[in-house]
Structures are given as C-alpha cells and as structure tokens.
Design a protein around this ligand. Structure first.
Ligand code: HSE
Length: 437
C-alpha cells in the first residue's frame, strides 16, 4: 500500500465535522485498507478555531476563512459541512473548479441549487458526493443509485426527519401536546432553537427532492414538493388514528405514475402493522419499491455526529478510490447520465388519490352521521371506518372517519359541503392515509 495519504480539508467543525475527524482517526486502519491509502485531515475551517472540540486537531491547520480550505492546493478532497445555500455553494464551486471532488451533507443547497453545482462539478471533471444529505447514516443514496440500478423505481416513502418523528412519537406514547413534545425535543438537542425548518416539513422536502431525483432521473426542484408540517397534528388525532389501527407519521412520498409524479411531505396515517409505523423516536426509514426487486426498506439513525460522519466517510472512501480516474466512468451524481435526466410532470395535489382521515367537531344532535355519510355517498366516496366520540366536559362531540381511496378534488368537494352543515363546528382535521398496498 502506498504510504502517501489522501489529504482532506473539512469546512465546518460542528457535530458532524468533529465526528468525521474522530471516525477517521478511530477507524484509520480499516479505512486505509479499503481505500489503499490513508485518509488524513490536513486542513479545516471553523468560525472559532480555538473552541474546545471533541476531536483531535493536532497536525490540522485550522483557519477561519473556509475559502482558503476550498482553494488549498495541498487538499485532495474537500468536505463541506456548514450547510445553507451561501457561502456553501461558492465554496463547493471553488473546490470543484480547482478539480477537487467534494463531499457535502448539504440537502438545502442540493435541493435548491443542485443542478447548478453538479454542472460546475462536471465542468471541473470531479464528483460531488452527498450520502449524508439524506437520512444521515443510512446509505439510502447508494442503495437507490447503485443497488437498485436494474429497476424502474415506482415509488418511495420515508420518515426522513428525526425531529418530527421524535415529536410525533412523544405525542403518541405520552399523550403530550405538540408544543410540549417540541419543548422536550429542544431540551434534548433534537430540535433547533428555531425549529421551523424541521417542523414545517422543509427539511424533509429537501431530502425528498434529492431522493425523487435519483429514483426517477428528474432534475432537482425543491419547489415541486407539496409540503405540510406537523404543527397542526393533535394528540386527539393520534389517539383516534390508533383506534382505527393507524399511526401518524410525517412522510416524504414520491410516486411515479402514467400521468406524472407525486411529490409530497405531510403527516400521514400509516397502518400500525406497516414497517414505517414501527419507526419511533429520532430514527429514520425509507421504503423503496422497484419493479423487479419489490419493496426494499432501510432503517437507522438519520442524524447525529457519528451516524452522519459514517455517511461522509463512505463518500470520502468512494472519492478517494476514484482520484485520478476518468470522470466519465464515475457514478452519475443523480444516478442517470446527465443528458438523460428529464423533467417529469408533477401532479397537483388535487389530482392525487388517497384515502382520507377526517375528524369533525359537531353539535351533539340527531342525524349527524346520516347527513355526513349522505354527502360522502353523493360524491361516491365510501366510508371504511367511522367513530363518534361523546362530548367530553364542555367540548363538542367528534365524528372521525376514514374514506376509501379518492382523488383529492372529489374529497374536497364533499368536505366543503360537510363543513357547511349547521351542526359542524370549526376545528376539522383532515389527513391523508397511505396503506402501501
Ligand atoms: N434535522 C434533521 C432531522 C437532521 O431532524 O432529521 C439533519 O438532516
């Protein structure tokens, strides 16, 4: 084995950056045996180089200006771990422009501006690897892009935001309100001080954008994902869903049909017997269905320093093995050859069919159920399950039901009519149901 190490520059020494340094050191021998040469972090950039960190920085030149690392002649591969669009984009473009391959965990940048940065990498004759951008330590990019390359991928669905999954699990298990579960998640470091990105589903939408692109061979377009977060999920809906035999999970769903693709992130009822229903706490899981292999499921830690570092280092190993190789032989970034990546029509939500969960607050009077079901029947929507809850204390009664599979357009027409009934109060809840059959 040649002794000359491959020199790595790490931009960002936060939780993941420190994990990368630790793991490269702890597993150095194994990694060198895999690559054929050692991987050595020689340069790093951090806002405060002097801050105490949980990794060994001896022998590493640590600077404050990340651009000096991106441009450093003595760095072979750059790792970008600062997140956000700018200056991450400029740093990656500077590195690939100098012929340095890049590893990034930056889902926001790739989902929003990935077509541009991948084009810059192609011009530079190098790759940008991004396993850590989706589902942390779970090798979902490699599985879809390489392991399932023989399939036409029909659909994928995943729990791809650990923060939301933790909050929903707490609400389920402890009956907590959304606000209390969020506060716990923040106290434990699972949710940011400003949790908007996670709880509004934006982080999951970025990850879904990347997954859909490599699954279907379409360009990255974060704007095409319909996104709804978990802030309006109530413990009451979680309990009623449970009575119906379902769990509520924030899912990212991408499906390909004859008319186009569905790209959506929203709280979803999933059967309690499904694999995704059993994924609790901060864990992530992605199910992919290929036309040859059928259903494939991946499960594991979607965040955290060591888990995410595991994915970063897998990318480093891949890029290190390919250093100096003909770039046209590299695995294409988006799984399909760049000239074969094609836009696909994205279906509006109104055209998407699924079963629906509906909970209505109603006055406690005779004829409520028959009037509601009459409206549904008039729209040819059948009811698969229905439950009436007695008024509790000063509260109104509730009627909750699950419909058959129906296009949203049709369900919406029925819903408008139901909401107009004089006994229906404000405060309806409406969620999609996915059965994966
Ligand atoms: N904030 C993300 C999550 C982890 O909660 O899953 C990083 O993508």
């Amino acid at each position: 084995m040649s002794a000359a190490p491959i020199r790595v520059g790490v931009i960002g020494l936060g939780t993941v950056g420190q994990g990368v340094l630790r793991l490269l050191k702890d597993n150095a021998a194994e990694i060198a045996r895999r690559v054929g040469r050692p991987l050595l972090v020689t340069h790093a950039a951090a806002r405060d180089p002097a801050k105490p960190r949980d990794c060994d920085l001896s022998g590493v030149s640590v600077v404050t200006d990340p651009m000096t690392v991106a441009r450093e002649a003595d760095v072979d591969i750059v790792v970008e771990l600062i997140g956000g669009i700018s200056p991450a984009r400029e740093l990656i473009e500077a590195a690939v422009g100098r012929g340095k391959p890049v590893v990034t965990a930056n889902k926001a940048l790739l989902a929003e501006d990935g077509n541009r940065v991948f084009a810059a990498a192609r011009r530079g004759g190098v790759s940008i690897a991004f396993e850590a951008a989706v589902a942390g330590g779970i090798p979902v990019i490699k599985a879809i892009r390489e392991g399932l390359a023989g399939n036409r991928i029909e659909r994928l669905a995943g729990i791809i935001n650990g923060t939301c999954n933790y909050i929903l699990t707490q609400m389920q298990e402890k009956g907590q309100s959304f606000a209390d579960a969020l506060r716990d998640a923040q106290r434990l470091g699972y949710a940011e001080a400003d949790p908007t990105f996670d709880i509004e589903g934006l982080d999951a939408a970025h990850k879904l954008t990347i997954l859909a692109s490599i699954a279907f061979g379409m360009p990255l377009d974060a704007g095409s994902v319909t996104t709804e977060g978990i802030t309006r999920v109530t413990p009451q809906d979680i309990q009623i869903a449970q009575v119906f035999g379902y769990r509520i999970k924030l899912l990212g769903i991408a499906k390909r049909g004859d008319a186009g693709v569905e790209l959506r992130v929203h709280p979803t009822l999933v059967p309690e017997t499904s694999l995704l229903a059993k994924v609790d706490g901060v864990l992530n899981s992605v199910l992919v269905r290929g036309n040859a292999v059928g259903e494939v499921g991946l499960y594991g830690r979607g965040a955290g320093g060591d888990a995410t570092a595991s994915a970063v280092i897998a990318d480093l190993v891949d890029l290190a093995r390919g250093l100096g190789a003909d770039p046209s032989h590299a695995v294409p970034a988006l799984a399909f050859q760049p000239d074969a990546v094609q836009p696909l029509p994205v279906l509006p939500m109104s055209a998407i069919a699924s079963a629906f969960y509906l909970r209505l607050k109603v006055a406690d009077e005779a004829g409520v159920l028959s009037k509601l079901t009459a409206i549904l029947a008039a729209h040819e929507i059948s009811v698969e399950a229905i439950l009436q809850r007695e008024p509790q204390g000063n509260e109104d009664a509730h009627v909750a039901l699950i419909t058959s599979v129906v296009r949203q357009e049709r369900f919406d027409h029925a819903l408008v009519e139901m909401l107009r009934l004089p006994f229906v109060r404000e405060g309806a809840a409406c969620l999609r149901v996915e059965k994966f059959d």
